[in-house]
Design a protein around this ligand. Sequence first.
Ligand code: RB5
Length: 262
Amino acid sequence: MIYIASDHAGVDLKAALIDHLFAAGHSVTDEGAVSNASVDYPDYAQKVARCLLADPTAQGILVCGTGIGMSIAANRSSHIRAALCQSIEEARLARAHNNANVICLGARVVTAEAAISCVDIFLSTSFEGGRHELRTQKLVNSDVLGALIALEKDAVAFGFDWPNQEMIFEQIISECTEIKDAMRNDESPVRVQEEISDLLHAAISLCMYSGFDVNETIAIVNKKFKWRMAALKAVAAEHELDSLSGESFEFMLELWSEAKKR
Ligand code: RB5
């Protein structure tokens, strides 16, 4: 399956690519945008990234004005290796050496003919593996969360999965106890860190087992916490405070619950 998306600047080239791909017998899913009305490229890059998370052997095509925004946005997802291509040689090497799973194209910088040629060679070229295997592995390993997600997926694919959610809840509770014990028993910082990492792993497992995208889930807490911190700072400012250091915990909680109501 090929998942394709564009922003407003890439809609026409996307249409031309879809026509070409259908005619060539490919299965293509169009993830938008649907018109020339202005939209934001990260939203569309994310749509294709999500499709590839659910369908890891699929390939993606992203089009914007230059292809740059799409490639930056897509490469923020650790399972994506997006290559911005303007020439057939780049498209070939993106597959052969980088095992790219998404090709990004700039509708304002390449002709439709050049884009179609790039896509054709991209889709028909295989990853060479060998020395490039380790290099592409290193791309994943520099991203610790991505690496954990990949390991968890590998474990599940290997049949090593949780039997039910209840067991993950139990695991999370027992990890909390283990952290508390390690801290109370003055165990080494490395031991305590190991216990905390087990808790994080269990929470990520729960997220994945429940069918949620981990990055998307973390983005929810980031958004919520960012908003609440802004509200907390506003509440503190009303009390003529530009910092809470030195304030009592009770007072902080009071402000926090005021902030939560905003
Ligand atoms: C939209 O005008 C344009 O900025 C966008 O399509 C893309 O080129 C961004 O990288």
